[in-house]
Design a protein. Sequence first.
Length: 133
Amino acid sequence: MELIKYILFGFTDWREVKIKLSTADVKIHFSDALENVASTERLFLLTAFANMATSRKESDRDFIEHVCLELVDIGFLTASTFETCCKGARDMLANVAMIHPWILSFLVRQMDKTDNLMGLGKVFYYFFKFNFG
């Protein structure tokens, strides 16, 4: 919850938010928060995160891409949040893709850049199977 408050009210400069989001401490704190809240609150947090991307124009590509990468990380690549967040993250990614279809190409390109290629490949199979298949 602190991360959402921080993003919404803490900074107006996206570069500052991106730096803060990239720190290991914030990622661990957000993962811990998602693990330890009720499922309705977890869905609210993921929805708020995704809504930040869907409400942006394409000119804010950098921000939208970063939010989607965070959703992939939270929902599929982080073992501690996979079980509780994968369906919500999948649904939120689908919502973002409905508004910004180009994000699918971006996410597919990211497969070549990850250390966890097999895990990410399974993510995309799961994502496409249930949303577009």
